[in-house]
Unconditional design. Structure first.
Length: 171
């Protein structure tokens, strides 16, 4: 059995790994954008997918509405703590990039610390961190492991306190 998720190097991957640890023989498969995750389930490339549906800061996440509209069957749910970091190749930030949901979760932090910097929506936190690793004055918001994976310098940790996300496993 295979479980699809948005990744690699994302909070969705952390949730997928936690879920897979409970299910013997479950393999996990990353996809670079959520459209591909949903298509993988539709085409039966995977048997299940895991998607974020609710966040303690921002409430319902758009993927929940899509899953409900498409009448996808909820099999299970899992919640994980979310710890966002801001990282960049250099300290000279000109833009902040991340997944749109993460930018929403961190809006208060960004409004306070970087009110004039443009925000760039990316398909995933992984993609934002990869882009930040190239340089160009881009700061990425991602989890610690992703920032370390790309070797970008962490400028701030735990941008949002008491942040948890709920993920649904769909089949």
């Amino acid at each position: 059995m295979k479980l699809g998720y948005l990744g690699p190097n994302t909070n969705s991957e952390i949730a997928a790994q936690a879920y897979a640890a409970k299910i013997a023989g479950l393999e996990i498969q990353s996809y670079p954008c959520m459209d591909y995750v949903f298509r993988a389930l539709e085409s039966k490339e995977v048997n299940r997918i895991i998607i974020p549906v609710k966040n303690s800061i921002t409430g319902d996440i758009e993927y929940k509405r899509y899953a409900e509209k498409e009448n996808l069957r909820k099999i299970d749910e899992i919640s994980i703590k979310i710890a966002h970091c801001l990282a960049a190749k250099t300290g000279d930030l000109r833009f902040i990039a991340s997944h749109p949901e993460v930018l929403r979760q961190c809006a208060e932090y960004l409004d306070k610390k970087y009110p004039r910097l443009p925000r760039i929506s990316m398909e995933s936190t992984n993609e934002a961190a990869r882009l930040a690793s190239i340089g160009l004055g881009i700061g990425a918001i991602a989890n610690l492991e992703t920032c370390l994976f790309y070797g970008i310098r962490i400028t701030d940790r735990n941008l949002v306190k008491n942040n948890f996300s709920t993920f649904w496993v769909l089949g």
